[in-house]
Design a protein around this ligand. Sequence first.
Ligand SMILES: C[S@@+](CC[C@H](N)C(=O)[O-])C[C@H]1O[C@@H](n2cnc3c(N)ncnc32)[C@H](O)[C@@H]1O
Length: 312
Amino acid sequence: MGAMKCKPQAPEKNTRTRKRVARETRALYSARTRVPSPTPLELVTLEEAARVVGKTPHNIRDYIQRGRIAKYSPEGQRIVRAHNGELRVSLSELRAFLSLVAQGNERHHHAGLHPELGFYNVPERERTKHVHRLHPYLGKFIPQLVEWFLTRYFEEDAVILDPFMGSGTTLVQGNELKMHTIGIDVSEFNCRIARVKTAKYDVEKARREILDAERRVTQFSKQLTRAPDGQPPLFPEEKMERLKESLLAECNSEYLRTWFAPRALYEMLYYRRLISQYEYQDLLRIVLSRAVRSSRLVPHYDLDHAACRSEN
Ligand SMILES: C[S@@+](CC[C@H](N)C(=O)[O-])C[C@H]1O[C@@H](n2cnc3c(N)ncnc32)[C@H](O)[C@@H]1O
């Protein structure tokens, strides 16, 4: 790997001052972070919790996934996985967590980190701004965190190496700040997301390709059951049956057959087959992966247990 050309510009120039600031910050935040007792639990469904605290069920799921609030059964037992319709969260835990967040006082302050590194007030649309929304990725840095370090410690034209680049947040933000970026990741899929997020496009062409593939899948999907009224069928019945068989023959994964409704599975397989006909194939693959995540029958937090669920 080439030499890095970064120019560190630490704001506190001497070590003693830095240590003092860290000590004061730790003292300040550890004094403020007394967690209220979570009893009584006041168990509610995700939808009820979201309504009561003015969030979306998606937000509440996110807090569970990040380990900020626990999962409970309707009887109040802490559980690792919930069967259909059984998941409950504790309103008092949720309120305690949200009140810490509101004070900008949550977890990382326990570690004595810089107060600016909380980013609590950064709304979701900013945390997933521009290309970062393209594909979800659990271990993603938020772009504001990366910007904080890049603008503080590096200058334009620096070479930034991220040896664990994940979905490429550091690369994208570095490029935005006119830095040269290099990324490495052990996962081929992550490299693909990062490549797609940092590639240059003929935007009009990319748009045309995405919309064309979508139009063709929609047309295919409508004809899965029957041709729309008054229109000649795109695929005569026999041809359609052969097409469906050949699509299923390309799907040898039991997981896919468990996780998706038959129509969604056909649509995905058909879309995948179209990809080779376009120029921006990796972009279409990532779009497909994004759509596939949203159309599965199993919620994200239960993916690990999907095989067990299907046996119940
Ligand atoms: C927390 S993520 C990195 C997030 C990323 N830096 C960003 O800007 O969003 C950690 C990444 O390290 C990768 N990783 C773990 N072990 C690795 C290894 N031995 N070599 C390369 N990448 C590795 C994982 O695949 C994962 O994508």
